[in-house]
Design a protein around this ligand. Structure first.
Ligand code: PLP
Length: 437
């Protein structure tokens, strides 16, 4: 039988993207050799996935928990006591008026942005916000979606002023304006100047119709007192309408919590389709998050946080130094990583904090990743369409179990590769210069 029309269209689309080198594919499952390798791919920032302490806490709790498997249905039908208890704990931990646990950060963003902005409202957002926020915004009733250049305060203020000038309801205070940012951006590891953004929002919209929404997925567990994030570090909890903390990264679980107020929680519980029409997280997930918060509140949490930021600072500083005499068109770091790094993680401005996400920009991202693999280091390429075409990279995610020695191994391998590419450049202008390595 000949191929169906659907199969033909799908296959053509896949093959076209593949030929262009733009097809995002599932990697092969890790081999036994990978288990020995130095892995810089996981967002398990605090290395809790293998933490003996978290394992012990979790196994103890599992022994006595009344239920450990599936929740059995939507929260609207089954609202387990364990889920609401965790929400109360998280609201207190993160110093928020209320909390709603959602199956994933993706669902939380889709639910929030497709339902909370009301007809005619305006969303101003950093151009680099996560795909889930874009998906939510696209199905929202907001009248305007206004992007501004990444972390650029001047551009943000200009976008805000143009919004005020072009929409009488904004100046009158009847139209709400949402400012949407991430505290730490997942691709460049850049940190938003939250305090200045919040101040600007208040200055330009003195009637209180400006609402700050912060996605803290990559800051959770990593920054702030006991890993409560950058909003908490800046003392901006009261200035945020909503904050998202995900469980899938530093907390080594899955799911997320949307921190807001009782009205928004109630509204989403009754309107947020991505929350309402899905099975509530299972009990093991709720237990594991509860235990991960125990770890954050213990001295182990503080030790892991310090270890992570020490290795991240070392890796960034050494890469900067060692890459300095290699042409930037071969390899370089994102602009943000050339900024001074503050040794004191309690100090502001937050934009000088070390970051656990370190991207190495190169058009030879696939080749660098393959080269590192041969040296026993796993670091994955990220290319278009996940990032702009000229921003291909190998993205490193530092975890607390990484040491300065491990960082040195990685840096040496990156430099060796870059030197080999440089040598090829000297002798060839051909497009296959990376492939020749
Ligand atoms: C900034 C940001 N927000 C939201 C999400 C989605 O979270 P989850 O993985 O829990 O769906 C991610 C995950 O990649 C993220 O990086």
């Amino acid at each position: 039988m000949s191929e169906s029309a659907l199969a033909l269209k799908l296959r053509t689309a896949v093959e076209t993207r593949d030929k262009l080198g733009q097809l995002l594919k599932l990697p092969a499952p890790p081999s036994s050799a990978d288990a020995q390798a130095l892995d810089f791919t996981s967002n398990d920032y605090l290395s809790l996935a293998r933490s003996p302490e978290l394992r012990r806490l979790f196994l103890e709790r599992v022994q006595t928990a009344p239920q450990i498997f599936g929740s059995g249905g939507s929260r609207l039908i089954i609202n387990p006591q364990e889920h609401t208890a965790l929400e109360a704990r998280l609201a207190k931990f993160f110093n928020a008026p209320d909390a709603l646990v959602v199956s994933s950060g993706f669902d939380a963003n889709v639910a929030f942005f497709s339902h909370i902005p009301q007809r005619g409202d305006i969303i101003i957002h950093d151009e680099f916000i996560h795909a889930s926020i874009y998906d939510g915004m696209r199905s929202s009733r907001a009248h305007l979606l206004v992007p501004f250049a990444h972390n650029n305060l001047t551009e943000f203020r200009r976008a805000l002023r143009e919004t005020v000038e072009g929409n009488p309801g904004v100046a009158e205070g009847t139209t709400s304006v949402f400012l949407v940012v991430e505290s730490v951006y997942s691709m460049d590891g850049s940190i938003a100047p939250l305090q200045l953004m919040s101040d600007t929002l208040e200055e330009e919209l003195p009637k209180g119709n400006g609402h700050l929404v912060v996605d803290e997925a990559h800051a959770t567990g990593v920054y702030g007192p006991q890993g409560r994030g950058i909003v908490a570090m800046c003392g901006l909890e009261d200035k945020c309408l909503a904050r998202l903390h995900t469980f899938g990264k530093a907390l080594s679980s899955t799911g997320a919590v949307l921190l807001s107020n009782p009205l928004i929680r109630k509204y989403l519980a009754g309107h947020g389709r991505a929350f309402m029409f899905t099975t509530a997280p299972n009990h093991t997930t709720i237990l594991s998050v509860d235990c991960a918060i125990d770890v954050l509140e213990s001295s182990t949490g503080a030790r892991l946080q310090a270890q992570l930021l020490d290795t991240s600072t070392y890796l960034t500083t050494m890469l900067r130094t060692r890459l300095a005499d290699i042409p930037q068109h071969i390899i370089c770091l994102p602009t943000d990583l050339y900024r001074p790094i503050s040794n004191n993680v309690e100090t502001l401005p937050v934009t000088t904090l070390p970051t656990a996400i370190i991207s190495i920009l190169t058009q030879g991202a696939w080749e660098l990743s393959a080269y590192l693999a041969k040296r026993g280091i796993i670091a994955k390429p990220v290319v278009f369409p996940a990032v702009p075409k000229d921003k291909s990279r190998v993205r490193l995610s530092v975890n607390a179990d990484k040491t300065r020695e491990g960082a040195d191994r990685l840096i040496n391998a990156v430099i060796d590769w870059a030197r080999e590419v440089e040598a090829v450049y000297m002798t060839s202008n051909s497009a296959d210069r990376y492939a020749r390595l």
